[in-house]
Design a protein around this ligand. Structure first.
Ligand SMILES: [Zn+2]
Length: 111
């Protein structure tokens, strides 16, 4: 492993360069993002929500832009259909989220 600051070789187990003192930690491993259609947040086919997940933006914003494209540029519908066909559906989560959290408690809310 080489120091990104001074370029000298440092021990692979070292956290800091012994020559210049700068951190030589490798960048944290980021999961590779893949563009999918969303399973959980879909209005039609999950294309907009999938793109929003990928870009880390609000799905509603993507939908609004898409609708604007549809209305003003005319290409939105075709682009949506192509994205629907081309994009894979999001894989099912490996670890299921907490099941009970989404179930609202039964019973009257008003006295
Ligand atoms: Zn260094």
């Amino acid at each position: 492993m080489f120091c990104p600051q001074c370029g000298r070789e440092v021990a692979a187990s070292a956290n800091y360069c012994s020559y210049c003192g700068s951190a030589v930690l490798p960048p944290p491993l980021r999961p590779v993002k893949k563009l999918y259609r969303s399973r959980t947040n879909q209005k039609i086919a999950g294309v907009c929500a999938g793109i929003a997940n990928y870009l880390d933006v609000d799905p509603t914003l993507v939908r609004l832009i898409w609708v604007a494209m549809l209305l003003f540029a005319g290409g939105g519908l075709l682009a949506y259909l192509i994205a629907w066909i081309v994009l894979d559906e999001e894989p099912l989560p490996v670890a299921a989220p907490v099941q009970g959290a989404q179930i609202a408690p039964a019973g009257p809310t008003h006295a």
